[in-house]
Unconditional design. Structure first.
Length: 99
């Protein structure tokens, strides 16, 4: 067992994973947009955001890997939604950390 396992809690690890995924303004924009609506298609996001589709795809991948969003393939598009359970968990973790 290394020293990190002795002093870093699972809550701290999860908070850091969410924080890392949220550490770019484009990702914050996407999360804010998805929090205000049910879902959004990746094609719609690429029309809104002035970035390359490949860059947008990488940002969405980071958010998805952290569990903050989920995607469903509906050919030829991908529909993205907030992972509501993890979004609530992120809010709780950040509130606990920042109090």
């Amino acid at each position: 067992m290394n020293w990190e396992n002795k002093i870093i809690s699972e809550e701290q690890n999860q908070t850091a994973r969410f924080a890392k995924a949220m550490s770019h303004p484009i990702r914050l924009y996407v999360l804010d947009l998805l929090a205000k609506q049910t879902c959004c298609y990746s094609g719609d996001l690429s029309e809104i955001l002035p970035i390359a589709k490949s860059t947008l795809s990488q940002h969405l991948k980071e958010l998805k890997n952290a569990g903050l969003i989920q995607g469903e393939i509906e050919p030829p598009k991908v529909k993205y939604c907030l992972n509501r359970d993890n979004w609530k968990l992120a809010q709780k973790l950040f509130n606990n950390f920042l109090r």
